[in-house]
Design a protein around this ligand. Structure first.
Ligand code: GLC
Ligand code: CA
Length: 460
């Protein structure tokens, strides 16, 4: 496979790599283990780069590999500029960059700006008192008190994304609550604080100086919150007992306030700094479109920042029903809007990732998954392929005693959460599918790995 060329190419536009790249999304815990502990790592990834190259891939995106207590498997970052020992060392990462470079594979890494781990030194300091250097780096609010009571209550009704319980956690030392949009161990950073914004830009500079080509930016929509902290309204479609509790409210105040666009733009402007301006750096931001007007919610990103530097993920692949006429309508509206706005807009399609059911189980039978792959690889722009999609990996049943995902542990409506899509890559018919030489894997292997693996498919 060659780089796909963009429909919006014109002789005056230099072809930039993001405009036609196929990006292979690696969940580092699950691609390849190199040291027998049953958890994938950076050396494992390096050892599979030839395979990745053989797919015709132009870039990889790595989910987080930073030091982390793993409350959310790395999306709770305790140190932004290092590598967790589970995955290796910073030298391993440098080697990965070199080896990828030799194969002409760009490297994008995950940037998690909305929150940190509660074990990040910034948070540890911030939680100590109301007057220290980091006191205002997180979102702290005073409690409310019911009349006649001295029992502190959360400042508003916001709920978290994982359990649908209060998104506020009380800290006695400050006599205040902090906000956590996700797990209680993932406190939200205060993006209204310019020091926080600069600190995250320094994180970007650190990795850019090492040579990464761009970022996938996590959960950006949550960075803009109502500065008055008004309550969210009830979601009229929510049915208790049937729906995920985290959907009980409409979240019009706890996310998506327009400052999101300014924050993302500010991050992307790092790419224009002297040191970087001649490189082709790019970032793709995670945001799920508004169901009622998805094209408008994508366009809000393109028009608010330089489309040569940033694109929102286009998650049409997961929200648009798998019907030709629905897709035609969606694609036509989307591309008419982006082309009309600027020939530099890069569409960034993903049909699956580490949070969503496997493509093949979502669309149904395998023929449909094949045509989805053809569609993904022929649409203009970037195509993100989640590891294992290329061999049609299925959701894997996870017995209750193996459940790891915090979303699953706290949510009765998601008994296995996202673990079923994070199982070890199926390489061969060997023990543990060639994923590890050890005696265990962090999540169980798919039962069908002997029939469905890379070695078998390469001979087909
Ligand atoms: C994003 C990630 C998801 C993570 C969450 C919190 O949605 O894709 O895996 O749990 O953000 O960082
Ligand atoms: Ca390992």
């Amino acid at each position: 496979m060659q780089s796909k060329s963009s429909l919006s190419d014109s002789p005056t536009i230099k072809e930039r790599w993001p405009e036609g790249a196929i990006v292979y999304h690696i969940y580092p815990r699950s691609l390849q283990d190199s040291n027998g502990d049953g958890i994938g790592d950076l050396q494992g990834i390096i050892s599979r780069l030839d395979y990745i190259k053989s797919l015709g891939v132009n870039a990889v995106w790595l989910s987080p590999f930073y030091p982390s207590p793993m409350a959310d498997f790395g999306y709770d970052v305790a140190e932004f500029c290092d590598v967790d020992p589970i995955f290796g060392t910073l030298d391993d990462f440098k080697q990965l960059l070199q080896e990828a470079g030799k194969r002409d594979i760009k490297v994008m890494i995950d940037l998690v700006p909305n929150h940190t781990s509660d074990e990040h030194p910034w948070f540890i300091e911030s939680a100590k008192s109301r007057d220290n250097k980091y006191a205002d780096w997180y979102i702290w609010q005073d409690p409310k008190f019911e009349e006649g009571s001295s029992v502190p209550q959360p400042p508003n009704n916001w709920i978290d994304m994982f359990g649908g319980e209060s998104a506020w956690q009380w800290v006695p030392a400050r006599q205040q609550y902090y906000l956590h949009t996700f797990d209680v161990r993932q406190p939200d950073l205060n993006w209204t604080n310019p020091e926080v914004r600069e600190a995250i830009k320094d994180v970007m500079r650190f990795w850019l100086d090492l040579g990464v080509d761009g970022f996938r930016v996590d959960a950006v929509y949550f960075m803009g919150k109502d500065p008055m902290f008004d309550d969210d309204l009830d979601n009229p479609y929510y049915e208790e007992g049937r729906d995920d509790r985290s959907n009980a409210l409409r979240r019009e105040n706890s996310q998506g306030w327009p400052m999101v666009y300014g924050y993302v733009r500010e991050m992307s402007e790092v790419f224009k700094e002297d040191k970087y301006k001649d490189k082709e750096l790019f970032m793709v931001v995670e945001t799920y479109p508004d169901r009622h007007n998805s094209v408008a919610s994508y366009m809000a990103f393109y028009v608010s920042m330089d489309p040569k530097l940033v694109a929102p993920f286009n998650f049409g692949g997961i929200t648009v029903p798998w019907e030709a006429h629905e897709w035609r309508k969606f694609l036509k509206t989307f591309h008419t809007a982006t082309d009309h706005y600027s020939p530099h807009c890069v569409a960034s399609y993903a049909f699956g990732n580490h949070d969503l059911p496997r493509l093949i189980d979502r669309i149904g039978h395998e023929a449909a998954a094949r045509s989805a792959a053809v569609l993904l690889l022929t649409l203009p722009g970037m195509a993100f392929i989640y590891y294992g999609e290329e061999i049609g990996m299925h959701n894997v049943d996870i017995p209750p005693e193996f459940v790891h995902d915090p979303q699953a542990k706290r949510n009765p409506h998601q008994p296995a959460g996202r673990d079923p899509v994070r199982t070890p890559m199926q390489w061969s018919t060997e023990k543990y599918g060639g994923f590890t030489t050890g005696d265990t894997t962090w999540l169980p292997m798919a039962a069908d790995f002997r029939d469905n693996n890379v070695a078998v498919q390469e001979k087909d």
